[in-house]
Ligand binder design. Sequence first.
Ligand code: ZN
Length: 106
Amino acid sequence: MEKLEFNFALLAERGANLCGADRLRIESCNQCQGQYLFNAELNDVYYDAEDLTRHFFKIAAMDLPPCRYCGHPSWDFGVVPDRVAVQSGPWAWTLLSRQFIFAADD
Ligand SMILES: [Zn+2]
């Protein structure tokens, strides 16, 4: 699977809660395909691409708030949108590059 490269400097500048070992991915609502930014390292879900202070932790014992896109109360992630969907979605600004980059220098 293609790996998306994220712009951590810009995310930090915009107030993302980063720990240095972040495992970011974009995941979609399984009801409406609305996209969220998820930091798997911290179980941290970003709810609003325009306001990174709106985030919550995904903890098994806690219910998620309703999906912000479709309002469905019992939704979940698990769907990973393809690159084109991310690049045309609300989180496109978090990507380091819109080009495919071969992992050559690490
Ligand atoms: Zn939804």
